[in-house]
Design a protein around this ligand. Structure first.
Ligand code: CU
Length: 172
């Protein structure tokens, strides 16, 4: 193989690997079994749910709730603490399921704006870290659980790119 074709093979493999690892995301179903509602036991339920979990840029939050009974609003810390919707960031999501991709690192706050639900504990605070790949966790070590279709298509993509690069290498 010439230098150009070798380069192409390496480049393609690296490109595909980067593509794969950057898509290594964790899908978090908020609240686990209790979904997104007024916590049945204590106002600490969503706090309990977040303990031991890590949230990274690219991860997805899924809020499962009953449409017209609850909603999801991202708010500032002040509004989270005070349980008001004075400082909503973006749009309030009113139909379930609300799928939110965590796009920025830092503290994120979510509340339900219905009645006194937030006061009753329907509020979520998480700290989002920079993307997992940036922290040196390879795709094998990351808690990877992307949707099946995405995972399959990414593997296909990897194989396709790799096969193409082999083909190009043989031609050159
Ligand atoms: Cu609610």
């Amino acid at each position: 193989m010439g230098r150009v074709s070798t380069f192409l093979v390496v480049f393609s493999a690296v490109f595909a690997a980067v593509l794969y690892s950057s898509a290594a995301q964790t899908v978090h179903t908020v609240g686990g079994d209790i979904c997104w509602e007024i916590p049945p036991n204590s106002s600490l339920s969503y706090t309990n749910w977040t303990s031991g979990k890590t949230f990274s840029v690219g991860d997805i939050l899924i809020f499962n709730f009953e449409t017209n009974q609850h909603d999801v609003a991202r708010v500032t810390k002040a509004s989270y603490d005070a349980c008001n919707d004075d400082n909503v960031i973006g749009n309030v999501i009113t139909t379930e399921p609300a799928n939110i991709t965590l796009a920025t690192p830092g503290d994120h706050y979510y509340i339900c704006t219905f009645g006194s639900h937030c006061v009753a504990g329907q509020k979520l605070a998480i700290t989002v870290r920079a993307s997992s790949s940036a922290l040196g966790r390879g795709p094998a070590a990351a808690p990877v659980s992307p949707p099946d279709s995405a995972s399959t298509s990414l593997v296909s993509c990897f194989l396709l790119v790799f096969a193409l690069s082999i083909g190009v290498a043989l031609i050159l």
